[in-house]
Design a binder for this molecule. Structure first.
Ligand code: GLV
Length: 388
């Protein structure tokens, strides 16, 4: 087994192993990809305060997210098509998260279904909901997540319509891949992926195929999903979904203090400061740059989480020290999963925890719960260069 010392190592193996169209799906932002890039590069703007001669024994990365104990303040983000990155990808990632002691979030657009993941793991996972025009389907999806004992509903608010990612269109992205000459030529070089995929439990959208009327094949399904995302989603509908769920609700895709206040009004248990990994509104500011204004607006009244651009334990530390109660990794765990399945997700989590622990120690802290702005050096104009 290759020696893995950082997330880039996993990304390199992932790129070799997984078909181009799924690598591109993961590694894209919308349009110019400015927001996608800045989600990561803005973390580099924040520096750390080194402190010395502090007793470093008995360190802990443990904390809580929405009242759940977590081994570190990191959850696996919902990622569509995860089961195309590796056979049974959602089941394996969920199991790795469970063993590590961090939350796993299953996407509506997953390959493995809610029931597949529930049958493969013991710990309750979180379910991410896309709201669709077909209200009956959405109600049944919510009921299925309840029946599977999911312990939080993560409602995505920033994808009423889909941001354009050029590569997905050019690649003709689909699950399973359509066997065009170009795809076949690429698949021929990905035999390890292909052999495992032959015995995968599923190769289609498991939460959808067989659960909506009149959709039995993939070509119909593609059209159905494109048409089905609900462009009329508003705060009233969100409040109704919350009522229907009757459990913990996390609202994902908040990037503005005004929206954070609305999330507070509907009674969210947590919000995720997010621009969908730079995959939706290209030109939006990075999540980490928007975090302080959102914390100022609602940070004392609701748990504020963040995703986008996190590729290391240092990034996690910066987000938490800035005031986030939890963080999410998407691409970072997909690299691990695509590189080496469940073991790769565990490697991702190990790398991030080790980096977080060492960074914390060198900043003079022994518990993630003690991290704060005092650990950071932030440029004076980090929050305020842009004006309305
Ligand atoms: C869906 O969530 C996507 O970003 O592709």
């Amino acid at each position: 087994m290759p020696v893995i010392t950082n997330i880039e190592d996993l990304k390199r193996i992932y790129k070799r192993r997984v078909p181009q169209m799924f690598y591109d799906y993961c590694e894209s932002g919308s349009w110019t990809e400015q927001t996608f890039r800045e989600n990561s590069s803005d973390y580099d703007q924040i520096r750390l305060r080194q402190r010395v001669a502090v007793d470093m024994t008995g360190r802990s990365t443990k904390t809580q997210m929405i009242g759940h104990d977590v081994a570190m303040p990191v959850a696996l983000a919902p990622v569509g098509l995860t089961g195309m990155q590796h056979a049974d990808g959602e089941m394996k990632a969920a199991r790795a998260a469970e063993k590590f002691g961090v939350p796993f979030t299953l996407s509506t657009m997953s390959i493995n279904s809610i029931e597949d993941v529930a049958g493969f793991t013991d710990a309750p996972f979180w379910f991410q909901l896309y709201t669709m025009k077909d209200e009956d389907f959405v109600s049944r999806l919510i009921q299925r997540a309840k029946d599977a004992n999911c312990s939080a509903l993560v409602i995505t608010l920033d994808l009423q319509i889909l941001g354009q990612r050029h590569k997905d269109i050019k690649n003709g992205l689909s699950a399973p891949p359509k066997l065009t000459p170009k795809t076949l030529a690429n698949l021929a070089t990905k035999w390890g992926w292909g052999i495992e995929m032959l015995s995968a439990k599923r190769r289609e959208f498991g939460n959808i195929v067989g659960h909506v009327k009149g959709v039995s094949d993939m070509s119909q399904l593609g059209a159905w999903t494109a048409e089905q995302f609900d462009p009329s989603l508003d705060w009233n509908k969100i409040a109704k979904l919350k009522e229907q769920w009757d459990g913990k609700v996390i609202l994902k895709g908040i990037l503005d203090a005004e929206d954070a206040k609305m999330a507070l009004k509907v009674g969210a248990d947590a919000i995720i400061v997010s621009n969908h990994g730079g995959r939706q509104l290209d030109g939006a500011l990075s999540s980490i740059r928007m975090l302080p204004s959102i914390l100022d607006a609602v940070g004392d009244q609701v748990e504020v989480h963040i995703d986008g651009g996190i590729r290391s334990g240092q990034d996690v530390l910066k987000a938490v020290a800035m005031g986030a109660k939890g963080t999410y990794i998407g691409r970072a765990f997909i690299y691990g999963l695509g590189a080496m399945g469940q073991q790769g997700v565990t490697e991702t989590l190990n790398v991030i925890q080790k980096e977080l622990d060492t960074t914390m120690a060198l900043c003079g802290e022994t518990s993630v719960e003690d991290l704060g702005r005092h650990n950071l050096l932030v440029p004076e104009d980090f929050e305020g260069r842009w004006r309305q």
